[in-house]
Design a binder for this molecule. Structure first.
Ligand code: GAL
Length: 379
């Protein structure tokens, strides 16, 4: 048998196979490798539109998939778990061929993922790891532990205890600080917290840093759904309960820009932000435009830039690999155990951004325009 004949026969079998599966609309049960992008749909499930970062993520993923000719079903779940479950269910019944999911609650989608697995629809966990399910095929994210370390180090630098290169800074402390963490149902929260605490530990151990409220456990400092208002409330409570003796807060570890903005509002309402009562060094994450302006204005100390365009690209190339029945390239096959299995991951690098880095990291890279940074808005 010649090679060409084998190819022809297998091609014919493939066509028969596709016909038997009902072709288009049958989700992952079709042989997606032989279909045109225009016949394939990617379901993209994002947590919320209240945060600018997820709007940017959804937009990037959609645009990049559509540029390759795929159909995209992009849904936002309003930070509501039943809504997200329902949206993913619907993507499956409407014939999605791949799912890209940034979960609200990392453990809440097991039923949906089982339904996806039954139809052989690959599932890509986006930014946040989906836990407790065998049916997560790949994880695209940033190095979340390194994000935490960079946040801890940024706090040390903001306080003047360390320089940018990690060498000893000009200040010696002791400093009062307070700690904030993200939502406990998000797998990233523990990575950020652990990384930050590893960076801060020597300074906490030797008394250079003092958490005056004594709230240092992740359960005590967590922020449900990463909400700005919840963070503002907690900061207000901390100021009343632990700083009513004239003591001042010198630094706040914040895991996300939205939380940082809530903290800043509480501090400003309490009279911080003057020469006599300077704004503490406050960290963040995501380089959200409103916070980049606050950094430029000297109100927020730093953020962690995670280039969502690159994450979107990674999600798209992973989806494409699955559709072409190839194995996506992982660069981490050890770290992300979701409780049932270690999920192969591709982790992207991160970058701490202080005022002096804004232009190079965020404007020169085309992430924002100078006008957007000046306005603190993207529109
Ligand atoms: C995390 C994500 C952060 C931040 C946060 C709040 O899962 O990794 O970058 O966006 O959610 O949305």
């Amino acid at each position: 048998m010649t090679k060409r004949f084998v190819a022809t026969v297998s091609g014919a079998l493939l066509v028969l196979g596709l016909a038997a599966c009902g072709g288009q609309g049958a989700g992952g049960t079709t042989d997606t490798a032989s279909q045109q992008p225009a016949d394939l749909t990617i379901g993209v499930s994002m947590p919320t539109q209240t945060s600018e970062r997820w709007i940017a993520d959804g937009k990037s993923v959609k645009e990049k998939l559509e540029a390759k000719g795929y159909k995209v079903d992009l849904q936002y779940a309003n930070d509501d778990i039943p809504t997200q479950s329902q949206q993913v269910d619907q993507m499956i019944t409407q014939g999605a061929d791949v799912l890209i999911v940034a979960a609200i609650d990392g453990t809440a989608l097991s039923g949906q993922l089982q339904a996806a697995a039954d139809k052989k629809i690959p599932v890509i966990s986006y930014d946040r790891l989906i836990r407790g399910s065998q049916n997560v095929d790949f994880y695209v994210s940033f190095d979340n532990y390194k994000v935490g370390v960079a946040q801890g180090k940024s706090l040390l630098r903001g306080l003047g205890l360390e320089n940018a290169d990690g060498s000893k800074g000009t200040k010696t402390g002791p400093f009062n600080i307070e700690l904030f963490a993200g939502s406990l149902d998000d797998n990233n929260t523990q990575f950020f917290f652990q990384g930050a605490m590893d960076a801060l530990k020597p300074y906490l151990d030797n008394g250079t840093l003092v958490v005056k409220s004594q709230q240092t456990k992740v359960e005590q400092i967590a922020t449900l759904r990463w909400q700005q208002e919840a963070a503002q409330k907690r900061m207000e409570n901390l100021l009343t309960s632990s700083y009513n003796d004239g003591a001042k807060v010198a630094g706040v570890l914040s895991p996300y820009d939205g939380i940082s903005r809530g903290i800043i509002t509480a501090l400003q309402n309490a009279g911080y932000g003057t020469a006599a009562k300077p704004m503490p060094a406050i960290t963040g994450q995501d380089a959200e435009i409103a916070s980049v302006k606050l950094i430029n204005d000297g109100v927020q100390s730093s953020t962690i830039f995670k280039d969502t365009r690159k994450l979107a690209e990674e999600a798209v190339s992973t989806a494409e690999a699955f559709l072409q029945k190839k194995t996506p390239e992982a660069n981490d096959t050890k770290t992300y155990n979701n409780g049932v299995k270690v999920v192969p991951a591709y982790l992207l690098p991160i970058q701490a951004v202080f005022k002096e880095d804004v232009t190079k990291a965020l404007v020169d890279s085309g992430y924002y325009t100078a006008a957007q940074v000046a306005a603190g808005k993207t529109k």
